[in-house]
Write a protein that binds this ligand. Structure first.
Ligand code: 0X9
Ligand code: ZN
Length: 408
């Protein structure tokens, strides 16, 4: 009987999961200003019903849609002579195939659940004397957002801070996986000589509620899991929730949008908690050298500003260091990244972490890094790419930190 109940419960839990059978992802490649403006307009007006995975101002846009919407959408594009192709035929098939390629995969060759990530944090802190477990914040659903401090200093440090965060967008699983791999490498290699210069603060998975939800209920979930009275949909895009130029045109006021900015800046405890943690360090007189928010996908290394096409005062320095990072990254497995200022390279997005890290926290080297791939798998990057992504990104980070070291 007990077994029956358990299997019924399991069946129910499985049945609850959102399925993406027959969902397609199209890659749209508009040409010229009229087509570009039209796609931009579609992304702004249809984004509650269609899932815009990514879009660039003057490049391609990837959009996922339910089977019943595919025909109409293709017709819309064809009638305007806009180029597109089907990038993913059946999203559910990719979700089903995503794991299980490596027969006896190691820890850094598989994706890990929220619980496993938090256990990993504790294990790292226990294993390495230079690592210390940190509770950065608590999520909307009351879960701890834990991470690590890596430092050689014992109290009263005046070293510049390097800060990494992963997993702000739930479905971008390669982000926490890469941050964990790099943290492990840093610990194994005793800080790679960087600990004389910097203290590291690292959060592998920031949006823990959303991440968990992407494991249990909806693989394509992006936002937090907060609920606000009067809102039709749950969740806020945490990367539109930062208190810098919050509430502009590169975000949405509609709760069902994937770029919903939330009812107020820092409404999300994941954002308010982690930013206050960092601000406290700043108030104690600490200087931030580097702030990186890891996302996927598109292979981009972007600096401020994001809220509009505007070059930061440190634009040349930022882009120069990003170029060095991307060259070192490419040298490992040949993976090509594009670098530049965020809004000019991608599209304007306000209330983003990269702008906050630069303008409010004062990190000269503030970036948003979009990891692999360029759309073949998108958010559903197979597990056999975790290790190579980790290796190349780590090489990029080391080059970046060396460049920061040499630049003052
Ligand atoms: O839109 C985002 O938050 C990031 N892309 S993602 O596909 N991972 O969601 C990029 C933010 C970078 N800033 C600009 N878009 N300007
Ligand atoms: Zn993202």
């Amino acid at each position: 009987m007990k077994l029956l109940i358990i299997s019924l419960l399991v069946a129910l839990a499985v049945a609850e999961k959102v399925r993406y059978d027959g969902y397609q992802t199209l890659r749209i490649e508009p040409k010229g200003a009229i087509q570009n403006d039209y796609i931009h307009h579609l992304a702004e007006t249809l984004d509650e019903k269609y899932d815009f995975w990514t879009h660039t101002r003057n490049g391609f846009t990837d959009v996922m849609m339910a089977p019943n919407l595919v025909g109409g959408f293709k017709y819309l594009l064809e009638s305007r002579d806009i180029d597109y192709h089907v990038m993913i035929e059946d999203v559910q098939k990719l979700i089903d195939n995503q794991d299980g390629i490596l027969p006896s995969a190691g820890f850094y060759e598989t994706y890990h659940s929220y619980d496993e990530i938090q256990t990993w944090v504790t294990d790292m802190a226990n294993q390495y004397s230079i690592a210390e477990e940190m509770n950065f914040a608590t999520s909307y659903l009351g879960k701890p957002i834990n991470g690590l401090k890596i430092s050689k200093s014992t109290g009263g440090s005046t070293k510049r801070i390097v800060y990494f965060q992963g997993g702000i967008h739930a479905r971008e699983w390669i982000s926490p996986a890469t941050v964990m791999y790099m943290t492990y490498q840093l610990l194994e290699n005793n800080g790679e000589g960087f600990l004389d210069e910097f203290d590291f603060y690292i959060i592998p998975s920031l949006n823990v509620d959303g991440y968990q939800y992407s494991w249990t209920n909806d693989r394509m979930w992006r936002k937090t899991r907060s609920t606000y009275e009067g809102n039709a949909c749950d969740g806020v895009d945490p990367n539109r929730n930062y208190m810098y130029e919050w509430g502009g045109s590169g975000s949405s006021s509609l709760s069902c949008s994937d770029i919903y900015r939330g009812p107020a800046a820092h409404s999300e405890p994941e954002v308010s908690g982690t930013t206050s943690f960092l601000e406290t360090l700043k108030d104690q007189g600490r200087k931030f050298a580097c702030f990186i928010d890891f996302h996927s996908y598109s292979q981009l290394w972007l600096s401020p500003y994001s809220y509009m096409e505007r070059d930061a005062e440190n634009h040349a320095t930022q882009v120069g260091a990003a170029e060095e990072a991307c060259a070192a990254l490419q040298a490992v497995h040949g993976t090509r990244y594009t670098f530049g200022a965020s809004a000019s390279t991608l599209y304007a997005a306000d209330g983003c972490s990269v702008d906050w890290g630069y303008a409010k926290l004062g990190a000269t080297y503030s970036y948003v890094v979009e990891l692999r791939d360029k759309g073949r798998y998108g958010f559903l990057l197979p597990e056999n790419q975790i290790l190579p992504t980790g290796e190349e990104t780590y090489a990029g980070i080391k080059a970046l930190l060396n460049s920061i070291k040499n630049n003052s």
